[in-house]
Design a protein around this ligand. Structure first.
Ligand code: ADP
Ligand code: ZN
Length: 289
């Protein structure tokens, strides 16, 4: 058995995992990840009771997850999380990006389709993240800045220049994420609204509808770019925003209008809320580091 951990921006979850089965599950609030020692202590407290049963630790983590370090975009510093957890837990550690872990889970769940070699997973949630399985291999890089599809730039349908927190203009994350949708709608309505509330106003308010349609158009551009770059046979959309029926159906409808060469299977995520934990656990079985 192994300990699987999902370090997110808003919550940290952990489980004792046997294959694809969650034996026990716990979660806690995430902390500001500037203090690597404090983060390791939180993870240790969460998992301590499982230590004797586990032979390794598999971590799915937000941010730029490289071979040895994690760089949380919010603080832009490389932190030696892998080494720290190895020392604290006394167990071997595998660490990958959280969306990469979900991509691996979605790929494994569809393995009955023998012709499936390349799958890209997009999460449209607080931000826009991604994971790429190319020819059966998860795409990773030493510094962890790969498959971050939310930071690819697209044409903005309303000609406004949206500045992304990474420093570029018109990143998908600055147009289509839950944070971006809420921010743009709050400006239109002159009061703070959540992304969920924005979707409740869809069709009832033309300017709000336009924000949701722009988000869908930018995601369609992203999907077409992904198809052109990777040749993905399957593009899976997850996250609370991406899997909302309004946005998903809009994306599907707009995508089907693109020329034939861009067409590929666009589907909803099927692995549920523990996809990151299952994905990283399965991945660490294959690629012990
Ligand atoms: P995380 O980013 O932590 O992975 P989620 O995938 O739940 O979490 O994404 C959070 C974002 O989704 C927030 O911006 C929230 O307002 C938005 N959201 C939550 N539920 C819905 C919904 N039913 N429809 C549209 N947006 C939603
Ligand atoms: Zn960006």
């Amino acid at each position: 058995m192994k300990i699987a951990i999902d370090v997110g921006g808003t919550k940290i979850s952990a489980a004792l995992v046997d294959g694809t089965q969650i034996i026990e599950y716990k979660k806690t609030k995430s902390c500001v990840h500037t203090n690597i020692g404090a983060l390791s202590d939180i993870l240790f407290d969460l998992c301590e009771t499982w230590l004797e049963q586990a032979d390794s630790v598999a971590i799915a983590c937000t941010g730029l997850v490289g071979k040895e370090t994690v760089n949380f975009l919010s603080i832009k510093t490389e932190l030696p999380l892998k080494q720290n957890i190895e020392r604290t837990f006394g167990l071997p550690v595998t660490i990958i990006n959280d969306a990469a872990a979900a991509a691996w889970a979605e790929y494994q769940a569809r393995k009955t389709n023998k012709s499936l070699k390349t799958l890209v997973y997009l999460t449209v949630s607080t931000g826009v993240g991604g994971g790429i399985v190319q020819n059966g291999q998860l795409v990773t890089s030493n510094d962890g800045f790969c498959a971050h599809v939310g930071h690819t730039s697209v044409h903005s349908a309303d000609a406004i220049h949206y500045l992304c927190h990474c420093g570029r203009i018109n990143c998908i994350e600055a147009i289509a994420s839950g944070t971006a949708i809420a921010k743009h709608a709050s400006a239109v309505l002159c009061k703070p609204v959540t992304c969920k509330q924005v979707f409740e106003l869809y069709f009832k308010h033309p300017e709000i509808s336009k924000i949701i349609e722009n988000s869908a158009s930018s995601l369609v551009d992203l999907i077409a770019n992904i198809k052109a770059i990777t040749g993905a046979e399957e593009i899976v959309i997850g996250g609370s925003v991406g899997s909302s029926p309004e946005l998903f159906n809009l994306v599907k409808d707009k995508f089907e209008q693109l020329p034939n060469i861009y067409q590929t299977n666009v589907s909803l995520a099927m692995c549920g809320p523990h996809a990151d934990l299952i994905g990283v656990s399965l991945y660490s079985q294959l690629y012990k580091s």
